[in-house]
Design a protein. Structure first.
Length: 226
């Protein structure tokens, strides 16, 4: 993997760079949000690890700016905070995962690796369709009524899980397991609500009311209604 690490903790950056290098990965480091945005614009990375607390612009802003310019590189937010608001906000802005300090280097590597595998591990014919919605998991593309829908890897995987079984109710646990099938990290099932809210909004931007096709089944989970 070729990774971009954005953090103002120089000791942490050096430690991660050494560990990643020992595993055969390439780590490019920078201590500022703007520096990270510049590197991401000029170079290609398999994944980005970005701290929330940065000296210039925060990690939320970095995430928002990357997604606004169409950069879908898998992004993990890193923070010393431990709050539900931070976690939900990061995911709403387009982050793919969220890790709280202190963390296990092994777990972090596993999460980064899982995101990168999702980005490049689908079979060439791995296309899922439901009515006017089509997901190409090889190209990481979603099209609804002929219009491209920009989504993160986790959103794409979650939406694919729903439309593979239209009409069937999937619990939050099952949806999260399918969206992160190659990641053994522990993530709260309630975060599925955040992913669903983002997907509904994106569908509504293409066709008013389309977001309702992801139907909430109280006490059970969600299902896709075409």
């Amino acid at each position: 993997m070729r990774l971009l690490l954005i953090d103002d903790d120089e000791a942490l950056l050096q430690s991660l760079a050494i560990i990643l290098g020992a595993e055969g990965h390439v780590a490019i480091t920078t201590g500022s949000g703007r520096g990270g945005l510049d590197r991401a614009e000029r170079e290609r990375f398999d994944a980005i690890l970005c701290d929330i607390n940065l000296p210039d612009i925060d990690g939320f802003t970095v995430c928002r700016k990357l997604r606004a310019r169409g950069d879908t590189t898998p992004l993990v937010l890193l923070t010393s905070r431990d709050g539900d608001i931070d976690e939900a906000l990061g995911l709403e802005l387009g982050a793919d995962d969220y890790v709280t300090k202190p963390f296990s280097h092994r777990v972090l590597l596993a999460r980064l690796g899982a995101l990168v595998r999702r980005a490049g591990g689908a079979a060439p014919s791995d296309i899922v369709r439901a009515g006017e919605l089509e997901i190409d998991r090889e190209r990481l593309e979603i099209r609804f009524r002929g219009t491209a829908l920009v989504a993160t890897l986790t959103e794409l995987r979650l939406l694919a899980a729903l439309i593979e079984v239209p009409g069937r109710v999937l619990s939050r646990d099952k949806l999260l397991a399918r969206a992160r099938e190659d990641d053994d990290s522990v993530v709260a099932p309630r975060l599925v609500d955040t992913y669903v809210a983002r997907l509904r909004k994106k569908l509504d931007e293409i066709e008013a009311g389309a977001g309702k096709r992801i139907e909430t089944v109280t006490g059970a989970g969600y299902r896709w209604r075409d």
